[in-house]
Design a protein. Sequence first.
Length: 157
Amino acid sequence: MLRSLRMSLVMLVAVAIPALSQAVAPGDRVRVTSLGKTGIYEAVKMTTDSLSLREDEHSTTFTIPIANVSSLDVSRGRSSKAGAFFRGAGVGFLVGAVVGGVGGQSSGDDKPGQFMAQTASEKALELGVVLGIVGGAIGGVINLFRQHETWQPVPLR
């Protein structure tokens, strides 16, 4: 029993150490914070004590010590415009629907006999739907113009 536990631990360490060093591969898009400044670069090479970077494929490579790096993140991709639109539209619809529903409900019932008299629930439903649609459209358009990139932190030590 103890022997199998020891073997499992050895195998876990043997797999984890190379995985950590492969967290940043050549060509990866990385976000580096060093000496209080943050920049986005292309990784050229990462060793246990240094990180070689360049701004793009046509620029020269520079190397910084890992000791000077306070945070390092690897890009795991950018989301599609369609995905961004629908995510923003969903949030906008929810916000608009809640605001419309609460506003309609809080306005109370109309007096009976008034032209187009409505109950508070009817107003809440109508305003919720209308403001939900408006909020969805606005949220979708706003989110189209925002940069969406997923970053994964890389442990440095």
